[in-house]
Design a protein around this ligand. Structure first.
Ligand code: NI
Length: 392
């Protein structure tokens, strides 16, 4: 398929997916449409036990290396306000993180790879992953075992502020380790006129919120990025009753598990201090939701060269405190997560986010080149020494 036809085909796919966003693990229409378009392109769909999302395969030389290309397919509970003539038709739901762009680009790669199957040195698996937005989609996909034979994996994410079609990537950790916490402050409720007979959970919670902001500002080097945000406070029912409890939730982010753990433990100490000083009882729990991405340095360099060969501009990717569950694949499989500019007037997750569809065909070509090129490189038995390094 020539580039002009590919671009117009992908734009028509893209506007359909943008109109029909679905939340994590609810991507039934999205999956059905992906399936239909893959079948139309003559692409084999594997029988992976996934409720939503799917894994397809382009089979080249049998017994050759296996590479994987991943796109996420879920949307966000955001009410769209971008003024597009192909706006979301699902109220309260929007492709505000560009996953419609990712999955369309991967469909484009599927079309291109299908055409080139005879010259493919191995197998390329095409992963349309459900539920990237915090619901654990990558874990569900890994648990199917359908990626167990994959030698290298590549994925792409749109970057709002970058000009359309520019590629951004850097080695190492570019997305943060993401943790979440929950603090239930249990006091003793009563009449607002008699606080001395109560154990006020709101005042205790307020102290925790304020004190928590000193963990990073006073305790972590300014050269070592970390974030702690309290994002949810629930307490009380009316103005003259001191409630019995207050719930706090929030997130902690850092680039290493050790750093995040240290911050989470300090938050626990603050909770214990509040129990002591305010006479409340506190249930404190925290967990790690997503690990840092880990772009293999040698493969990152190779991916950048591959992009340049296609005439794309490549710039370094500035690390983000955002999370990305592509990291879970990278814990087992060497790979690279890269970004493509879509020149949006608003940031990701904003109701005014717009992914410019102009670089769709370029993104498709790049994904196809990565999948095919990696298979060729691996088949040439340049099984690179960094594989051992990664396994360690
Ligand atoms: Ni995203």
């Amino acid at each position: 398929m020539d580039k002009t036809t590919l671009q117009s085909t992908l734009e028509s796919y893209f506007t359909w997916f943008h109109r029909h966003p679905e939340l994590g693990f609810e991507e039934h229409k999205t999956t059905a449409r992906i399936r239909e378009l893959l079948v139309q392109a003559g692409v084999e769909i594997l029988d992976a036990p996934l409720e939503t999302g799917l894994i397809a395969r382009i089979q080249g030389r049998p017994g050759g290396p296996v590479t994987a290309l991943r796109a996420d397919i879920d949307a966000l509970p955001v009410t769209e306000a971008a003024g597009l003539d192909y706006a979301s038709e699902h109220p309260g739901c929007m492709h505000a993180c560009g996953h419609d762009f990712h999955l369309t680009a991967l469909l484009g790669a599927a079309i291109l790879l299908r055409e080139e199957a005879e010259t493919l040195a191995g197998t390329v698996k095409l992963l349309f992953q459900p539920a990237e937005e915090g619901a654990g989609g990558a874990r569900v996909v890994l648990d199917t075992g359908y990626l167990d034979d994959v030698d290298e994996i590549y994925g792409l994410h749109v970057m709002a502020a970058l000009a359309p079609g520019i590629i951004a990537l850097s080695p190492g950790a570019t997305y943060a380790t993401v943790g979440s916490f929950r603090i239930l402050v249990k006091g003793r409720g009563g009449h607002a006129a008699e606080p001395h007979r109560c154990k006020d959970p709101i005042v205790a919670a307020a102290q925790i919120i304020t004190k928590a902001q000193t963990i990073i500002s006073r305790g972590v080097s300014p050269f070592d990025p970390a974030v702690l945000s309290v994002t949810r406070v629930l307490a009380g029912t009316t103005w003259n009753v001191i409630p019995s409890d207050t719930l706090l939730e929030g997130t902690i982010r850092a680039f290493s598990v050790e750093k995040l753990t240290g911050i989470a433990e300090n938050l626990g100490k603050i909770c214990r201090g509040a129990e002591e000083s305010d006479g409340v009882e506190i249930e404190y729990t925290w967990r790690i939701n997503t690990y840092s991405t880990n772009n293999d340095p040698a493969l990152t360099e190779w991916a950048a060269e591959t992009a340049k060969t296609l005439g794309l501009s490549v710039v370094p990717y500035p690390p983000t405190m955002g999370g990305e569950d592509f990291a879970l694949y990278q814990q087992r499989i060497p790979g690279v997560f890269l970004n493509i500019g879509v020149g949006s007037p608003q940031e990701l997750h904003n109701p005014g986010f717009i992914a410019n569809p102009a670089p769709l065909s370029a993104a498709a070509e790049l994904l196809a080149a990565l999948g095919k090129g990696a298979a060729a490189r691996l088949a040439r038995n340049s099984r690179p020494p960094w594989r051992n390094f990664h396994a360690g």
